[in-house]
Design a protein around this ligand. Structure first.
Ligand code: ADP
Ligand code: UDP
Length: 235
């Protein structure tokens, strides 16, 4: 499978067409951004880690009944994926307070919830990805009720599988963001699951093993990504 033209260059990935109209190639970059692109930098080796980690996790999720866009890992940084129409919702699940939730609710970070939360942001960089609810999503025609129901069901399933998985690696899954796309009339999991899109804390030390190290200038960013990758034991 070969790349034809670049369709899109995002903040973390480039997306290319292929000879198959149903298949795209995503190429993961080492570029890192935060605060809607205001902070920019490089995390050496991140592209390969995020590519390989996403594919590893997507395979586990497929085995547990969550359909994904994964077609085939092509090399360290590049993967063939099903071309979807992205549903413009960032779907965020939280198991513990952190980040924007902690700020908004005037709470410290790291408080475990009795049950996980799910929220949507409207995926729109110009508006700064505003928080919305499912009625807004329906009113703005971002998704149908049926799609929202499927997205909700799959998002909680992803949480269940990931929580169990990271638990065994002595990592607490604090929160994460996922995206879905439409493929031949069905909603499937797309984009990525990586330390860029999850908060991952060591269970014992509560050390942050994710992009917050970059966002908050905590240092040891590359080491944190490598540590998660090492614990996953990806061959
Ligand atoms: P951003 O657009 O936020 O800067 P990226 O740099 O990760 O993000 O760019 C990748 C883009 O590709 C994202 O907009 C994402 O929604 C989109 N995307 C992810 N998976 C697919 C897919 N299977 N088909 C089409 N688009 C996809
Ligand atoms: N997240 C993401 N992309 C975004 C916004 C959030 O991947 O554009 C992830 C983030 O890494 C965290 C979770 O979603 O794991 C919740 O993020 P939060 O709402 O707390 O926002 P933040 O504090 O990152 O602004």
């Amino acid at each position: 499978m070969e790349k034809k033209e670049m369709l899109y260059e995002g903040k973390a990935k480039k997306v290319y067409t292929t000879e198959d109209p149903d298949v795209l190639i995503v190429s993961y970059k080492d570029d890192a951004t935060a605060f809607n692109g205001l902070k920019k930098g490089t995390i050496v080796g991140k592209g390969a880690i995020n590519n390989r980690m996403t594919n590893f996790i997507f395979k586990k999720l497929e085995a547990q009944g969550v359909p994904t866009h994964l077609v085939e890992e092509l090399n360290d940084r590049e993967t063939a994926v099903k071309k979807v129409e992205i549903v413009p919702l960032e779907v965020i699940i939280r198991n513990y307070s952190a980040g924007s939730f902690a700020k908004k609710m005037g709470m410290e970070e790291g408080v475990k919830f009795k049950c996980p939360t799910l929220e949507f942001s409207y995926k729109n960089d110009d508006l700064g990805d505003p928080f919305i609810n499912s009625y807004y999503a329906l009113a703005l025609e971002l998704a149908t009720q049926e799609e929202i129901d499927d997205i909700t069901k799959y998002a909680f399933k992803v949480n269940e599988v990931l929580q169990q998985y990271f638990d065994a690696l002595n990592i607490d899954l604090i929160d994460f963001k996922i995206e879905f796309g439409r493929y031949h009339g069905k909603v499937i999991l797309a984009d990525e699951i990586s330390p860029d899109t999850c908060r991952l804390w060591d269970k014992d030390t509560h050390e942050k093993l994710d992009k917050d190290r970059f966002r908050r200038d905590l240092g040891g960013v590359e080491d944190a990504y490598e540590e998660v990758f090492r614990r996953l034991g990806i061959q």
